[in-house]
Design a binder for this molecule. Sequence first.
Ligand code: 26W
Length: 823
Amino acid sequence: AWKKHSIHGFTTKEQFENETVRHIETTLARSLFNCDELAAYSGAALAFRDRLVIEWNKTQQRQTFADQKRVYYLSLEFLMGRALDNAMLNVGLKDVARDGLKELGFRIEDVISQEHDAALGNGGLGRLAACFLDSMATLNYPAWGYGLRYRYGIFKQEIVDGYQVEIPDYWLDFNPWEFPRHDITVDIQFYGYVRKEINEDGKTVAIWEGGEIVDAVAFDVPIPGYGTSTTNNLRLWSSKASKGEFDFQKFNSGDYEASVGDQQRAETISAVLYPNDNLDRGKELRLKQQYFWCAASLYDIVRRFKKSKKPFSQFPEKVAIQLNDTHPTLAIVELQRILVDIEGLEWSEAWSIVQATFSYANHTVMPEALEKWSVPLMQNLLPRHLQIIYEVNMQFLQYVEKTFPKDRDMLSRVSIIEESNPKMVRMAYLATIGSHKVNGVAELHSDLIKTTIFKDFVTIYGPDKFTNVTNGITPRRWLHQANPKLSELIASKLGGYDFLTDLTKLNKLENFLDDEKFKKEWQAIKYDNKVRLARHIKETTGVTVNPKALFDIQVKRIHEYKRQQLNILGVIHRYLSIKAMNPEERKKLQPRVSIFGGKAAPGYWMAKTIIHLVCSVGEVVNNDKDVGDLLKVVYVEDYNVSKAEIIVPASDISEHISTAGTEASGTSNMKFVLNGGLIIGTCDGANIEITREISTDNIFLFGNLAEDVEDLRHAHTYGSFRLDADLARVFSAIKSNMFGDASRFSALCNSITDHGDYYLVSDDFNSYIKTHELVDEAYKDQTAWLEKCITSVARMGFFSSDRCIQEYADMIWNIEPLDPESS
Ligand code: 26W
């Protein structure tokens, strides 16, 4: 009887128009007469949302019924970007929508660009989580994401007078992609004390009492797969004052303001995403966020498992929990607490279940990014969890002592508790001890963590606990959506779009290296993408750039280890060289546009100084009549996912130039190459594997190797080091106030000349400059350049996040896909 009531999504243009208009007139209560682009976006989004919801419900039912193992991906960041374009492409109805919107009087691009980015992440780690969600749905894995629903995502960056200014990103005004689930609310406890009690079986049990309660409310976001009806769920938790906790005492006694204040304090927990990337500041509110999210997610996961009435011994057969870096490590402790304190399991049985359930991915080796929480802080906020951590640590250390009795220092080295003042909980150690697998995100990185931070743990657990899963990117967003013309051209040669779900199929492109028409089309697409970016640059910065020039792009978070300072110092060197040339020499020079973009953490002064130097150099260079089109320097404001979709397809060359051994993987390197750009880079992170795949002929590598970094730093510290001569000239130019008051840049210059040059800018400067000269040379031979680009794209199959998710599923999670067609 229900069948005739079931809703069916639209498939034709007319149906799409009907649905869109219906939503505009009823859901939004707007008249078609004053329907602007925003209203058109809203109507179209709601029409597509309806379609997703139907498949989403079916997927959830199917997964519940099949009762297979699921994976839960815990990440504090999901950098999703826009959803409408992705939804249109994934359900295969973008053409229908384009035609329908056209009839309603709109260009689809203008409608799509009305959407506000979902910017719940800082950079690589958050975007990786978003690519993984896309791949897990596309590969039909039963998978959920769990995160926080920040009211403010990463701040919006404005460049004012050459300085970064941060504007809050309130993004929830109209968000059709989330579904509040007020019926799914979890009480989360903080503070209080622990009491021991003897229960009826004569067992001592811990009871956590007192403190305060905050509510976690679920908001669900549908995640459609590409070319499949599987639509997974991303559950984001939002904080709210608990009804039970609301202080009626205060309210009744007339202290209305104080009771509203409590309400607001509860809501602060999920108010804002911390804007630090690779820097741990140990703020209490951040620990509260972490526990709030872990506890709500664990409660939800355990509740779902308990519905099946299976014994907890089978928990790891039904549940895999992936920790995206150490941010969700408290989930390990929370599961142990649930199993022991609430479900009454024996400690050791519970701990085996915990270890079999969790796995942990490390995303950085930067020492200042390794999370540590002060023991007094944790004692106060989470007293029972601290007890559990101490117990886990004691049993672990007893085992270590017994197994390695000769190495007395080992105990203090591997202890979860660092014996500092105050004592600190080392989250990476806790995550490692509580998981069955630990992985790095590129080969070099996975090797490095085994010989540095986790060296002793490799000795203790053996090498098999540690593995590598090289990162990947989703070709749906990063090729098909961002570069539709290139995707179409590739499809026309390969006989369809199968490469979007099996990226290794791109290798057939190498058969067309002699196809002149194909190559001309390829080149024209790159040119159009550059024109599009040039237009964006003109509109947002006022600077005119020539799309025929070589576009050299570095877009990523601003960080000393990523070395945007090396890039801009190289640009200054180029500028000085141009100034010193005669007109004949200038004619031979390859024109260039140096494009920068990225946000600096608000409290990271050195990063902000780098931005200011780039903008100041741009001011001078772009207005110098001697230079003209030979060099332009632009800073693209507010780099985010939707900007990346314009920027990435427009590069000739992009810069991935971190000090060797510091960038865990990098993922934009993969995006740029997949879009037919070449890269200049160091032997770091995934650059190494990209080189192996595409061959050394197709990449511009330079600089010192990771294995030499330690010695070079030593040489800086002990004086046996000379500043590179070209770099010295660059510093003189800065000091002559060529780019404005030099005192503004002195800390930056001094970090290289006087304070040890920790990131080895001087050591790599000469080879960086020389390599850029090779880039110029190579670019002159457009035919050879084009062939390098096409060959590289053909060999990028390995870097699909589908391959990456397949590896996690097989080696770490032990889960199977659930094909929607087979049931
Ligand atoms: C505690 C503060 C904090 C915040 C974020 C510490 C560390 C992080 C992230 C782990 C930093 C991050 O985004 N790492 C990046 O992860 C990408 C995905 O694996 C890699 O490609 C990048 O190389 C790595 O920098």
